[in-house]
Design a protein around this ligand. Sequence first.
Ligand code: IPM
Ligand code: MN
Length: 352
Amino acid sequence: MKLNIALLAGDGIGPEVIDQAVKVCDAVAKKFSHEINWIPALTGAAAIDAVGEPYPDETHEICVNADAVLFGAIGHPKYDNDPTAKIRPEQGLLKMRKKLGLFANIRPTFTFPSLIDKSPLKRERIEGTDLVFLRELTGGIYFGKKGRRDNGETAFDNCVYTKAEITRLAKKGFELAMTRSKKLCCVDKANVLETSRLWRETVQGMEKDYPEVEVSYEFVDAVAMRLVQWPNSYDVLITENLFGDILTDEASVISGSMGLMPSASVGENNSLYEPIHGSYPQAAGKDIANPLATVLSAAMMFEDAFGLKEEAEAIREVVNKSLAQGIVTVDLAENDKAYKTSEVGAWLVENL
Ligand code: IPM
Ligand code: MN
């Protein structure tokens, strides 16, 4: 198969972890006789520095025309403490999601047997955890009208959802639940928010189309609590943009390191694969970041975007092997035996 992949390394540790994923993808392509054409493009602070814009039109053209997008991370500390900055790297990510129509963000959380004791949660709480969040990604408070009034002393961010937006996300949730344990949890705040009531009403209306799926409705605050108490009681969870942003960060620590969890953002015509961690500027350029979340995102890309399941499994297998043998970066290393980012990448390639 010939694969055209847009490569958006972005900021911070983005380029380093992307380099490892590229090496691994090239090795998999070689092993299974595929040909990958990587098309690099600018995004984030790197793009602002180069062309004054975090998601340039040229990058959008490349992404729209590619078979998939592999993405590193976005964000730079020089913008974080400046609330007056007009152009910010994160705007690039939001614009990209909107323009590519990436409305469903798929964020799995699972445990690795060899790392159970790395989790801040007790073994008996987390063993067997294997859940997936489907976070709505192009609506809600992120994209509602926002602004200031009263001489800047009042600020507002509107939260808006249409039934169509909820339906297309929920449909993906039901479909995913059908391929798994047929359990779906709709996370909302329907006791307070009107948008949440529309979510609940819409999902309730869809239940009859999926009679085998057992649907539960839970408030976001209760889910935040149960997620760390009994994460293995969940399977597929669907939720709106901001709730999903917060809960998926919470869920990501269950596995033991934020550097492990992959994600996909999908729409009707395009899909993007990225680690769920951020740009981690403190580690940038030091060759210490964990590349596995990006490598596992590439596995998701092989399976979901290209339908290449065996290739995806080959990547997951070698990642599991590296973890079991302790070929890990400093976030997971025991007694000073930390490998460099590039060394982990090289080991994966070697062992594929
Ligand atoms: C994420 C990030 C983004 C978000 C930021 C960087 C805009 O936190 O992908 O979860 O809030 O969606
Ligand atoms: Mn986030």
